[in-house]
Design a protein around this ligand. Sequence first.
Ligand code: OSB
Ligand code: MG
Length: 369
Amino acid sequence: MKVERIDLALLYLPYVHHFETSFGREEGRTFLLVKVFSEGLCGYGEVVASAAPLYSYETTSTAWLILSEFLIPTVFKKNIIRPEDFYWEARRYRGHLMAKAGLELALWDLQAKKAGVSLSRFYGGTRDEVAVGVSLGIEDSIPELLRRIEHFLGEGYKRIKLKIKPGWDIEVIKEVRKQFPDIALQVDANGAYSLKDKEALKMLDEFNLLMLEQPFPPYDLWDHSRLQREMKTPLCLDESIISEDTARQALEMKSCQVINIKVGRVGGMVEARKIHDHCRREGIPVWCGGMLESGIGRAHNLHIASLPNFKLPSDLSASKRYYKEDLIDPPIELGKDGKIAVPTGPGIGVNPQEDRIKRATMREETFTP
Ligand code: OSB
Ligand code: MG
């Protein structure tokens, strides 16, 4: 079995509702799809880099460049088809973890389809549905945010995550808690604070939050440790954790008590599993983060989140919460008890709709050996 062809496409999908983080407001999402072809099968992967280098230094343009000039040629030159082999070859190149993850995930999908089993089965997942929550952006006003929270609780979501930034934090959380005293609530700052905000952040302790995610910038493990020492709310790291080594270092330094695993951020499933297993050994719970993926990337996340140490609700919501017309059919839907079923068909287990992909595509290229 050989990879016969790899397709790369640049897509844009408008959101149902804008999404604002401490980086700014976005009305839609630009991302890449990778398709890997072999013996009549097609494996799909999504590259979660955005148009601008805000969440990470990667962009859709850097990912396109790294894939087309280095990663795809490596697959053909070394005759790679196994994702683990790709992982080892791709390690030679520094960084560009989202670009690597997109191609590695496409190879995982291909392997599982070849074996005729779902990715969850292939990975050794232990649950057939995953506890999820909704991640809500910054809004123009507190009443507007309260309305949105009410709406998603009404749809059956059992955990709410709110984006915060300086000026949209304590006062907002206070109002949310006043109206919803008992909901499972957590907040995410995407690195918008610094150590000089320590006293203000400590005020979050009174709101019974599940966790405070990434208060400081990515490369600040030490400052996170200094904050965690003085806060009872568990800190969760997202952007800071890019490998098993950074996870180990963060835990050794006591920089956090929870880890958010995003397969794109850590460079693929091989590394994501290492982080998962490391945390499991250390008794640290993980959950699956999201990058507002299309149904293709979200299906991958559902399979990953079926592994045993994903113990907290993941940022995985129904298709209609993100996009009017998701790229897959049927769409992903919220089931009972705030959970989403893990797809059971071969590979990602969902059906990408080529006509919708085509309509959303702005640029495409086919690569052959
Ligand atoms: O920090 O978790 C984050 C979206 C884009 C960039 C960063 C983040 C997010 C989310 C979205 O919170 C979660 C989702 O996909 O539902
Ligand atoms: Mg985050």
